[in-house]
Design a protein around this ligand. Structure first.
Ligand code: UN1
Length: 499
């Protein structure tokens, strides 16, 4: 129930703050204590239609603004994000639940991405090449595409919008943005700062509401040629099907079932630190989280006891309290899902080494908390070693050697991130080659991607695209090849072969 005096927020369409056409609303709540963060419009296809019309109209002017000028706006935006970092960090710890240090990292990732993409305004590099004919000039240039539908998750509520919106804008596209319904306040702040930076009316529009209404309407809208989505595999498949009729470009960042391999020559202390950080950071709610640890059997017992001790030493609590190591999950449904996997793991015969329950006590009563959970003696084919749990649960899988470790690591349908701890340089290079993921770490955990390298995965983690780095530009532009014939006569490629 909304508390009296709870602040209400609106959609942002064509430079105006407006309610949903239906007048309906939903609440954003703090996952640590159930407090209301704000009331947001529950929008429908009518609101999406208005936002797309605004974005389509704005595109005609925005695509002609010189890219370095668009870059200046993004530089300003990046600076505004930096100025607002403390406020956004605090808000994120309340609306999404992550601990302050990680919330600060999330905001920093958006600052980095915005500066990086702002600089792209003076690059957006194409190619010039020789022509096969005399007095002819060839080049390829990147062209904007139009209105981009941006659908983002709650787990990186400032960083992930920046991964999509900053490159889309610098390339000259306009945006209809649907933030996750669990973190609408952060999505709204993101857009307020873009507005403050001077982004023209209609260039960025925000429409709040659920995937079933707002997301679906965006995906089906004939005037939205590109959809970029970070979400679950199931949602990704649905989006591709629904968008097929219009042959839209679909950019998908989906699940992960990331493994850390620990070889018998590894630095054990370093590996344990990396495992705990990658498995329980953000309460395991990262696409890149280490939900499997594939460990050489010679190190298995030593590693298991250290990981369990470290997991038990983590302090659960509200994200904004300085001494919290692990915050809540995003909501109670997430707790139920994570707990269902604890039961699945037990039924499959894995050993529950620690966790597997919600903590008790006053501090946790109103929140969505779950204890860091470690399963031991897990077999690679078990469901807890195959399916994305998206919570603070990791599975220790013993193996006899390198080949078996790589086979187990690759034996899942996802391919986002992987890692190996070893001091053997040959093994490290073999792992770089053979681990079938979009990201591989050597002697570091599975999380911690930087904004100027491509981010994304193989197999069911996506559909072959990448965000971040230069690769992001491919999602938000079309290549155009241009031939300039200055010979003053008809020249025929492939036919006038005599030089
Ligand atoms: C995600 O979980 O979707 O590498 C993104 C990392 C972060 C980004 C994670 N920089 O874990």
């Amino acid at each position: 129930m909304a508390l009296l005096g709870t602040k209400s927020f609106q959609n942002y369409i064509g430079g105006e703050w407006v309610d949903a056409a239906s007048g309906e609303t939903f609440e954003s709540v703090n996952p640590a204590n159930g407090d209301t963060i704000g009331i947001f419009p529950r929008s429908s296809s009518q609101d999406v239609d208005r936002a797309v019309a605004a974005a389509k109209a704005a595109y005609e002017e925005w695509r002609l603004v010189p890219a370095p000028k668009r870059g200046e706006l993004l530089f300003r935006f990046a600076q505004l994000l930096a100025d607002a970092k403390d406020e956004l960090t605090e808000l994120m710890s309340r609306e999404m639940g992550k601990v302050l240090a990680e919330a600060g990292g999330d905001v920093q990732e958006a600052i980095d991405m915005s500066f990086y993409m702002a600089g792209e305004g003076r690059r957006l590099v194409g190619h010039t090449t020789p022509s096969e004919l005399r007095d002819k000039f060839n080049m390829s240039v990147r062209m904007p595409i139009g209105v981009i539908g941006v659908i983002t998750p709650w787990n990186f509520p400032i960083a992930i919008p920046s991964w999509k919106i900053a490159p889309a804008l610098i390339c000259g596209n306009t945006i209809v943005f649907k933030p996750a319904t669990d973190t609408p306040r952060l999505g709204e702040r993101f857009v307020e700062l873009l507005d403050e930076a001077g982004v023209p009316k209609g260039v960025v529009n925000v429409v709040h509401g659920g995937g079933g209404e707002v997301g679906d309407a965006l995906v089906r809208h004939p005037d939205v040629p590109v959809i970029t989505l970070t979400g679950s595999r199931e949602t990704g498949v649905e989006v591709m099907k629904r968008a097929a009729e219009n042959l839209k470009h679909i950019h998908l960042e989906l699940g992960g079932k990331n493994a850390i391999i620990v070889m018998d020559d590894a630095d054990l202390d370093l590996a344990v630190e990396g495992i705990v950080w990658s498995a329980f950071g953000t309460s395991g709610q990262r696409c890149t989280a280490a939900s499997r640890v594939i460990v050489h059997e010679r190190l298995y017992d030593a590693l298991a006891s250290r990981v369990v001790a470290a997991a038990e030493g983590l302090r659960l609590g509200a994200g904004w309290e300085e001494d919290t190591d692990v915050g809540p999950l995003i909501n109670r449904r997430a707790v139920e899902k994570v707990h269902s996997y604890t039961e699945i793991g037990r039924d499959e015969g894995a050993e529950l080494l620690t966790g597997g329950e919600t903590p008790t006590g006053n501090a946790f009563d109103r929140g969505a908390f779950y204890r860091p959970t470690v399963f031991g003696r897990v077999e690679p084919g078990m469901r807890i070693a195959q399916e994305e749990i998206f919570g603070p649960t990791t599975a220790l899988i013993p193996v006899a050697g390198f080949e078996e470790a790589v086979r187990a690591a690759n034996g899942v349908k996802y391919g986002l991130s992987s890692s190996i701890y070893t001091r053997d340089v040959n093994g490290a290079f073999r792992a770089m080659r053979d681990l079938d993921t979009g990201i591989t770490y050597i002697n570091a955990g599975t999380i911690g991607a930087e904004v100027h390298l491509p981010f994304g995965g193989t197999k069911d983690t996506g559909n072959g695209h990448r965000e971040a780095g230069q690769a992001a530009l491919d999602v938000f532009t079309e290549w155009k090849s241009i031939y300039v014939d200055y010979s003053g006569k008809l020249q025929k490629a492939q036919i006038d072969t005599a030089e």
